[in-house]
Design a protein around this ligand. Structure first.
Ligand SMILES: *[C@@H]1O[C@H](CO)[C@@H](O)[C@H](O)[C@H]1NC(C)=O
Ligand SMILES: *[C@@H]1O[C@H](CO)[C@@H](O)[C@H](O)[C@H]1NC(C)=O
Ligand SMILES: *[C@@H]1O[C@H](CO)[C@@H](O)[C@H](O)[C@H]1NC(C)=O
Ligand SMILES: *[C@@H]1O[C@H](CO)[C@@H](O)[C@H](O)[C@H]1NC(C)=O
Ligand SMILES: *[C@@H]1O[C@H](CO)[C@@H](O)[C@H](O)[C@H]1NC(C)=O
Ligand SMILES: *[C@@H]1O[C@H](CO)[C@@H](O)[C@H](O)[C@H]1NC(C)=O
Ligand SMILES: *[C@@H]1O[C@H](CO)[C@@H](O)[C@H](O)[C@H]1NC(C)=O
Ligand SMILES: *[C@@H]1O[C@H](CO)[C@@H](O)[C@H](O)[C@H]1NC(C)=O
Ligand SMILES: *[C@@H]1O[C@H](CO)[C@@H](O)[C@H](O)[C@H]1NC(C)=O
Ligand SMILES: *[C@@H]1O[C@H](CO)[C@@H](O)[C@H](O)[C@H]1NC(C)=O
Ligand SMILES: *[C@@H]1O[C@H](CO)[C@@H](O)[C@H](O)[C@H]1NC(C)=O
Length: 822
């Protein structure tokens, strides 16, 4: 699996032991996982991975295409490969250990037995610091120390290729080299086009009635909303006109929001994507935009000079993707500028060859801007560490992506480009690069504290196996997010990675949301806000809640024609549950008041539809549509009780009493419809009355998460006793239709199960994670017998693994079952 060059290895007398993996060897090892576009892994699983070794194999984007990333080390004139699949002649390091924490992948290796290396990939997970969360950047720290006590001449090399800058390998790449103190590379098109002139997006994406936070923002923001409407292409807002038949009129008092109740099953798949207009040039940035908002941003940017390769797609296609990679934005590969640093750009074989021959690079730049795959343009650094003995030598590299605009969003005033949040803090790409590089020491300390918190809380909640799940899930879950707009009104958008690429999918935020509740419930508000804003503006024509804000990230351009993937019960229940969960944990009842009307509308739908669910899909759409789904009905009924509490929390006493009564009445009926009680191990059925079926009753989790105590304890006990009777090697099937399962839902079940059943779920999932042949990032859907992917679909790198945090999210669950009106 991990191949070496045997003759050279023999020549050097090196013995290649196997690496250990701690806490386990994941299917793919996270390397740079910070956003939907900075999402690179090392494939390990036996389906196509190399067993978990850093050297000898190219890192790849979550979808599988290679993202060239190389590391060599030269020790006493002998060169070893420690990262990447370059076939140019070098020995391989011996990797002895791989370990991961919530934010780090740490490889321990030695070169020729004479120097030890610790190679650490740090992708911070930042739930509550908007500045540090705002820009996708990742660190690669390389620590070298003599292994035999003697001093050795050491030079370190690393590069990236242009494969990071677009998924279209025939696209032309452009690049330049610079340092942050020299500030601007003369003639560099990126600096003039990207750094200087675009404004933070309009602050008033929300209507004035929307959030108090965002209206405060629009009042205080120096930025006018003129940018979108004054854009030349706003004339192509005639594309809006061509959609006039679906452009809703202003909400009327009678029908404030969507009103359609019926939907046609046959329109659910497939749906065409409707492009909207491109935003045009934006207004110039006001000079005072930084204000004194965050002195940190200014303090660190110039603290130490940083050298960087800047690489980007020459023709920037804002909001476009090729093979799921971004076609816009500026990539920076950076390190400390020093006298011992050399750099070079050029063809892969030339740049790597220069280091292999000389141990230094030529400090030259290739000006032949060309296709990504045309003699692969490559951007290298070489650092002369001099003599390395028993004091370690540490070198830090940083990879970052700067985009000006992150998403398009159909807010109260129609489609607008929304700037990336980092633009509120930094006046240029390179200022951000310099800040984050010089922030490493603090960032690393914060990451260590974060890792320890996740590890100790996880261990307390579910033991060591549980820790192995939460640690691997953190980067992946947050790697689906982008932070946008302004610090006063941040919007966090989620990409439904791999399963469609929808943006802000409600039933994908739902499995994600336990990690938000655990780390920072307000993050959930930042994600719900765009959904409320869009639907309260009246764009979505149905009475029930929307599935997503657009079929392809980053275009949250709405689903105004109602041509969405309909999951009416699922999404109404999810919105109700997540909104209350946020408000309970922050005591933000004003948020509930603000959105009371539309929540009441969705509740009305639940009252009509939840008890006897029509034939429809649930979030597990791949399993097909079915009427009377027991688990879906449960979500809807819990949603009604959640709304009753929302009513009580907002002083709507009559609604609170009425819907509490309805929910309790429904749950009693639900027990008679959906439970097979005539068997030795009673259990919930997949659908009402189907005695030969069972289902993971994962929506029970919401009752516990909200502390509602709506569902009788006997149902919890019944499921707890039942699951152990249907475990396969790698878990309990989702339901009786297939042998596949969803590990997020298994964890929802585990979180509310007895201690022994909880342990059984956790240990089988951990076993699966360490043994699965799958070789892409942590899938949430797999076969419980083979451990491999189901025949279809293949889920990769999805934010649904936030569901691994379901045990931890219960730590903040209310202990009382009800709240009486104030
Ligand atoms: C490495 O090569 C250089 C140049 O040939 C030579 O001066 C140096 O002594 C060599 N170092 C070792 C440890 O062999
Ligand atoms: C390395 O691979 C390239 C193709 O990727 C091939 O053209 C070249 O011959 C290979 N070089 C060696 C030394 O194997
Ligand atoms: C080098 O690594 C080996 C394990 O591979 C370890 O036993 C040794 O203590 C390390 N030496 C130093 C100086 O880190
Ligand atoms: C580059 O990629 C394009 C599209 O994938 C392909 O058509 C072309 O042949 C490739 N060019 C080279 C030089 O490999
Ligand atoms: C987003 O919409 C723009 C048009 O506004 C289009 O050019 C782009 O391709 C779309 N992005 C995706 C991923 O479909
Ligand atoms: C820089 O390189 C020189 C020459 O190899 C070496 O003596 C010195 O220790 C290096 N300095 C650092 C900071 O690595
Ligand atoms: C759904 O369940 C209800 C209650 O048991 C039953 O009356 C109805 O016929 C079922 N619907 C379908 C389509 O099976
Ligand atoms: C209770 O709610 C139902 C369903 O929304 C409604 O039809 C009924 O009028 C309400 N009853 C009271 C007393 O508010
Ligand atoms: C199941 O049957 C037992 C014994 O008859 C009864 O006590 C219990 O209430 C029943 N549970 C449900 C959910 O119907
Ligand atoms: C009951 O469930 C089983 C297992 O999922 C399924 O094969 C069967 O078709 C279902 N029967 C009915 C009547 O829905
Ligand atoms: C709402 O308040 C009423 C009392 O007015 C109480 O009976 C009911 O249990 C409360 N419901 C919830 C879900 O808190």
């Amino acid at each position: 699996m991990h191949y070496t060059l045997p003759s050279l290895a023999a020549l050097a007398g090196v013995c290649y032991a196997q690496s250990t993996f701690s806490p386990l060897r994941p299917p793919a090892l996270p390397l740079a996982v910070r956003s939907p576009y900075m999402n690179t892994w090392q494939q390990a699983g036996s389906d196509g991975g190399n067993g978990g070794y850093l050297a000898g194999e190219w890192p790849s984007f979550w979808m599988g295409q290679l993202t060239g990333w190389t590391g060599f080390i030269r020790v006493d004139n002998v060169t070893y490969n420690w990262l990447g699949g370059s076939n140019q002649s070098a020995l391989y390091v011996e990797q002895t250990k791989y370990e991961y924490t919530a934010t780090k992948s740490i490889f321990t290796m030695n070169a020729g037995g004479v120097v030890n290396m610790t190679v650490t990939f740090l992708s911070p997970v930042i739930p509550d610091d908007l500045l540090r969360a705002s820009l996708p950047y990742t660190y690669l720290n390389v620590d070298v120390i003599s292994a035999d006590g003697a001093q050795h001449e050491v030079q370190l090399y690393t590069d990236i290729s242009a494969e990071w800058v677009s998924g279209d390998r025939s696209a032309t790449a452009h690049w330049s080299y610079g340092t942050t103190t020299q500030n601007v590379t003369p003639g560099s098109p990126s600096v003039s086009s990207s750094a200087a002139s675009s404004s933070p997006s309009a602050a008033s994406l929300a209507s004035s009635a929307a959030s108090s936070a965002s209206s405060a923002a629009s009042a205080s923001s120096p930025v006018s909303t003129a940018s979108a409407s004054s854009a030349p292409s706003a004339s192509s807002a005639s594309s809006d006109a061509s959609e006039s038949s679906v452009t809703p009129s202003a909400p009327s008092p009678d029908h404030p929001y969507g009103t359609r109740t019926a939907y046609d099953l046959t329109t659910m798949y497939p749906r065409p994507f409707r492009p909207t207009h491109m935003p045009g040039a934006e207004a110039p940035r006001p000079t005072n935009f930084l204000q004194d908002r965050d002195a940190r941003a200014l303090a660190k940017r110039d603290a130490g000079s940083v050298a960087y390769h800047e690489v980007f797609r020459q023709q920037q296609l804002t909001f476009s993707e090729s093979n799921m990679q971004a076609d816009w934005g500026y990539w920076y590969y950076a390190t400390e500028d020093s006298a011992n640093l050399t750099h070079q750009s050029g063809a892969d074989v030339d740049v790597r060859g220069a280091f292999l021959s000389n141990g230094v690079l030529a400090n030259t730049e290739d000006a032949n801007y060309r296709a990504i795959n045309d003699s692969f343009p490559t951007f290298g650094f070489a650092v002369d560490l001099g003599l390395v003995g028993s004091c370690s030598a540490e070198t830090l590299f940083q990879l970052s992506l700067n985009q000006d605009d992150c998403v398009q969003f159909e807010g109260a005033n129609g489609n607008q480009a929304v700037t990336c949040l980092w633009k509120s803090y930094f006046d240029s790409n390179t200022a951000a690069v310099g800040y984050f590089y010089n922030d490493y020491k603090d960032g690393d300390t914060i990451a260590d504290a974060f890792d320890q918190k996740v590890a100790s809380d996880s261990k307390a909640a579910g033991g060591d196996c549980y820790t192995s799940l939460t640690a691997l899930a953190a980067r992946q879950a947050f790697g689906s997010l982008v932070f946008t707009n302004t610090p006063d009104a941040p919007y966090v958008f989620l990409k439904e990675i791999s399963s469609d690429g929808n943006i802000q999918t409600v039933d994908v935020i739902f499995p994600f949301h336990p990690i938000a509740l655990y780390l920072n419930p307000t993050l959930l508000k930042y994600m719900l806000d765009p959904l409320f804003i869009n639907q309260e503006a009246g764009y979505w024509p149905y009475m029930f809640a929307i599935h997503d804000l657009g079929s392809l990230f980053p275009n949250a351009t709405g689903d105004n024609d109602g041509n969405d993937e309909m999951q009416p019960l699922e999404e109404c229940g999810d919105m109700m549950i997540m909104t209350l969960a946020y408000a309970q944990r922050t005591n933000d009842n004003a948020y509930l008041t603000q959105h009371y009307n539309i929540l009441k509308q969705w509740n009305e739908y639940l009252v009509q539809e939840a008890l006897i669910p029509a034939n429809q899909i649930s979030t597990d759409d791949f399993a097909g549509a079915l009427a009377n789904q027991t688990n879906l009905a449960l979500k809807g009924i819990i949603g009604i009780e959640a709304f009753a509490q929302i009513a009580n929390r907002t002083g709507h006493a009559a609604d609170g009493a009425n819907y509490t009564q309805i929910a309790h009445n429904y749950i009693t009926q639900w027990e008679t419809y959906g439970i097979n009680n005539a068997t030795t191990t009673p259990h919930a059925e997949l659908s009402y009355g189907n005695a030969s079926s069972y289902v993971l009753l994962y929506n029970l989790y919401a009752d516990a998460e909200l502390g509602l105590q709506l569902v009788p304890q006997s149902v919890y006990d019944m499921q707890s006793a039942f699951y152990p009777t249907v475990f396969n090697t790698y878990g309990v099937p989702l339901d009786t239709r297939h042998t596949y399962t969803k590990n997020d839902w298994e964890l929802f079940c585990a979180a509310v199960a007895s201690s022994s059943t909880k342990t059984q779920f956790i240990s089988t999932i951990a076993k699966w994670l360490g043994e699965t042949p799958t070789n892409f990032a942590f899938t949430d859907l797999y076969d419980t017998i083979t451990g491999g992917y189901p025949s279809t679909p293949v889920f990769i790198a999805r934010p649904a693994v936030g569901g691994m945090y379901s045990l931890l999210a219960l730590n903040s669950a209310p202990s009382s079952g009800y709240v009486t009106p104030s």
